[in-house]
Write a protein that binds this ligand. Structure first.
Ligand SMILES: C[S@@+](CC[C@H](N)C(=O)[O-])C[C@H]1O[C@@H](n2cnc3c(N)ncnc32)[C@H](O)[C@@H]1O
Length: 253
């Protein structure tokens, strides 16, 4: 699974998902890994730069496979270093960074241990943050069940894939096999906040829209309106709980 995006989808990501979710995650990740002003930091699969832009490191590099995401990151913070590249082959020397972080991306890498090993090669301390378990994120369970009912399990798995590395034992094993010693493993609850249910459904159903016809999509939306009612506030906004796993680690001696 990859994450190739056209320019308008990257703009949608920045205007919708970053304020709804990832800007808040980024503050938490930076607080946990605490880069100092005299340190260098690499943000792997930086997207539009949520974590890189929140960093307290003196020198920050963001790397991503997607030029459209990087163009937005560069527009936001032209003073930071943005590089196009693949997380599996980081174009940096051994030990080039004091801190290496990655947020909301590990699940997209076909070779997760390979990427974590590359991060260990170029970095000293690790900060890693990913969506947790689908089963611990009830609004997303409801959404996925509706998609499965109307479009089948294979299409539902497209949404489920976001949670594919959310199991603590799996994450611990991946990091350990890649040569990291885990200092802190924190499970916390975030929530996806969006101003309307329409925006939420548009955003969260985007990955499945290419797999279903218009009539099926309409049935999915209608059922989702019912099952997501518990997550609506009086002003019509949505707040869907989402478990997050946050790891800080250092290279094993
Ligand atoms: C959900 S976004 C997360 C972006 C950012 N870290 C954030 O917190 O907003 C996932 C990102 O992973 C990037 N990505 C996926 N596979 C990659 C790879 N092999 N190398 C570099 N970036 C990759 C995508 O282009 C996308 O920008």
């Amino acid at each position: 699974m990859t994450y190739a995006l056209p320019a308008d989808a990257a703009e949608f990501y920045e205007s919708t998902f970053v304020p709804a979710l990832f800007a808040g995650w980024a503050r938490r990740l930076i607080e946990a890994v605490a880069p100092a002003v005299d340190e260098t930091m690499l943000d792997v699969a930086c997207g539009t730069g949520a974590v890189a832009c929140a960093s307290t490191a003196g020198r920050v590099t963001g790397l991503d496979l997607n030029p459209a995401m990087l163009a937005i990151a560069r527009r936001k913070r032209p003073d930071l270093d943005w590089q196009l590249g693949d997380a599996l082959e980081l174009p940096f020397a051994d030990g080039a960074f004091d801190v290496v972080v990655s947020q909301a991306a590990l699940m997209f890498f076909p070779d997760r241990v390979g990427v974590l090993r590359e991060m260990a090669r170029v970095g000293g301390r690790l900060g890693l943050q990913v969506p947790g378990r689908l089963a611990a994120s009830p609004g997303y369970v409801a959404l996925t069940e509706v998609v499965a009912r109307h479009a089948g399990p294979a299409v539902a798995a497209v949404i489920g894939a976001y949670f594919n590395v959310g199991d603590p034992a799996l994450l611990t094993d991946l990091c350990t096999r890649a040569g990291w010693h885990i200092d802190h493993f924190t499970t916390w609850m975030s929530a996806t906040h969006l101003p309307t249910l329409d925006t939420f459904l548009h955003a969260e159903l985007l990955p499945v829209s290419g797999h279903v016809d218009a009539a099926t999509h309409a049935r999915i939306v209608a059922d989702c309106r019912v099952v997501l009612a518990p997550y609506l506030a009086a002003d019509g906004s949505v707040s869907a709980p989402l478990e997050v796993q946050l790891i800080t680690a250092r290279e094993r001696a």
